[in-house]
Design a protein around this ligand. Structure first.
Ligand SMILES: *[C@@H]1O[C@H](CO)[C@@H](O)[C@H](O)[C@H]1NC(C)=O
Length: 512
């Protein structure tokens, strides 16, 4: 009687893979990181590059060393997976989609958006992100995860816009396949090929590498059953509703988001760090802070006390009747949950309790949670005290590989990776801060790709991310450290437009 149902079920269960591909399922870490986003790592390089050389070297590198990066995303039998062509073919199954736009002129003519790289000055400053998408993505570049699920769409789309004086290289992929440091890993290997290194000596990634498989239930390492993922919240339906209402009530009065780049001179950062270090020495403390801790603490100190907030935020009825905004009161106790996104590639949690032994381009990030702090702490505590809180959370995290393993085991259990977790309980607020600093994008050397016979230096002078998604995802409050050079560290930060206006009025930071 149910045979038709059974046959339907088994038909669904057994959609065969297309011919000529190898298959690896997306890991739980890929799935939880996915959220449907498509990310472009946009590089601005200060020389005219040869697009053919760029394409040939990248294709060769993927084929020989990173076949997984040349895969396709598929959803088959209810599972997201990577399908890697057995044989790459420039026309039928390219390792990456490569598009080129040649401009017979210098970039700085025809009133194009100004790049923020000409800024100088000792003080930190912000500048609205110029719209460079047209130089970083081709017209046919996939913009949503669904676009990548269409047949034979490569995971990587590289768009090169060449001017006489500079070159844009936009590397686009779905977040379910690469995190930023994974992309940086591939880009680093690419520049090594470009500079003439023997490809055989460049470490690659096995097509079937599955470093997170050992955290799945039933595998040898899974002894204890963790109940939660540290720092994240599973909310009941009422709490979820409150969380969402609160979020909406913050968005309605300030509906438009704006991305600004934040330029932080290293001299400033080092001086602040030095002051903190001296203070710690005076106190005979053995603790320390890093410049990244100072950077996060400094940024949150600039903007958290100024952000608009909803009075009486815990009360559902008041939330609708009293949408009043103000600079936060000095007594504001609203807890801020700060999550620092962190790659686990260097954690001693893999085979033989060691870090990952090979480059890994797919997702490998979790987050470090700083114990929640009331808003007023960002007004009353010194920069040093705040930076120290960030450092202590990182030190504690690094000292506890068992905790990291437990987080991964939780994520790899059943359907946990696709569960919606909340970054804070409904009455609180949160900020997620990412850093691509370890990706060293500012140090990438593209000299080996300079066009013509000239031997010029070609380096990355700016990193410009583009993010898109099939759905509208509120991104406000999040930010990332993009790159650094000898002089400055660049961040991008997303906030409501009115929120930016308030920061401008505060005079805490220079607006360009
Ligand atoms: C999530 O992980 C926990 C701990 O391993 C497990 O008991 C639970 O069944 C998982 N939840 C789902 C929905 O798979």
């Amino acid at each position: 009687m149910f045979s038709w149902l059974l046959s339907l079920f088994s038909a669904y269960k057994t959609t065969p893979p297309p011919a000529g591909v190898r298959i690896i399922p997306c890991s739980a870490v890929d799935l939880y990181a996915a959220s449907g986003l498509v990310l472009t790592t946009g590089l601005v390089i200060n020389a005219r590059l040869d697009p053919q050389r760029l394409e040939d070297t990248l294709a060769n590198l993927i084929e020989r060393k990173f076949p997984r990066a040349g895969g396709r995303l598929a959803f088959r039998n209810g599972i997201y997976e990577f399908q890697i062509p057995d044989v790459f073919d420039a026309v039928k199954t390219p390792p990456a989609r490569f598009t080129v736009e040649n401009y017979e002129e210098a970039y700085n003519c025809a009133g194009r958006p100004e790049l923020p790289i000409a800024l100088t000055g000792w003080k930190p400053s912000v500048i609205p992100a110029p719209d460079l998408e047209v130089f970083l993505r081709s017209k046919t570049c996939p913009k949503s995860q669904d676009d990548f699920l269409k047949p034979n769409v490569p995971l990587l789309h590289v768009h090169v816009a060449v001017f006489y004086d500079l070159t844009f290289v936009g590397v686009t992929s779905p977040h379910i396949a690469f995190d930023a440091l994974g992309t940086a890993t591939l880009l680093t290997a690419w520049t090594r090929v470009l500079s003439g290194e023997d490809i055989d000596t460049i470490p690659g990634m096995q097509w079937d590498a599955e470093p997170f498989a050992s955290f799945a239930p039933g595998s040898s390492s899974s002894s204890v059953k963790p109940k939660v993922r540290r720092g994240w919240f599973e909310l009941g339906w009422l709490s979820q509703l409150l969380f969402i209402l609160r979020m909406i009530s913050r968005i309605i009065p300030d509906p438009n988001e704006a991305t600004y780049f934040v330029r932080v001179p290293k001299a400033f950062l080092n001086e602040e760090k030095q002051k903190i270090t001296t203070e710690l020495k005076i106190q005979e403390s053995s603790e320390y802070v890093g410049s990244s801790d100072v950077l996060i603490a400094w940024w949150l100190k600039v903007c958290v006390p100024l952000s608009v907030y909803l009075l009486a935020s815990n009360n559902l009825f008041l939330a609708f009747s009293q949408t009043m905004y103000a600079i936060r009161a000095p007594t504001d106790r609203t807890p801020i949950h700060l999550h620092v996104v962190n790659s686990v590639r260097n954690q001693p949690i893999f085979a033989q309790d060691a870090p990952l032994a090979h480059p890994y381009v797919q997702n490998a990030v979790l987050s470090i949670t700083v114990p929640p702090l009331p808003v007023r702490a960002f007004q009353t505590e010194s920069l040093g005290a705040l930076a120290l809180r960030v450092r202590r959370a990182i030190v504690a995290y690094n000292a506890d590989p068992a905790g990291v393993r437990a987080d991964l085991r939780w994520l790899c259990a059943g359907a946990n990776a696709t569960k919606t977790l909340f970054p804070c309980p409904p009455g609180a607020e949160f900020s997620v801060q990412t850093s691509w600093r370890a990706g060293k994008l500012g140090a990438l050397d593209f000299s080996g790709a300079v066009a013509g016979d000239e031997k010029a230096a070609a380096r990355v002078v700016f990193v410009h991310p583009v993010v898109s998604s099939g759905k509208t995802v509120p991104m406000r409050g999040s930010g990332a450290v993009l790159m650094e050079d000898e002089e400055v560290v660049w961040m991008s930060q997303i906030r409501g437009k009115k929120d930016w206006e308030r920061i401008r009025e505060s005079g805490e930071i220079v607006f360009n």
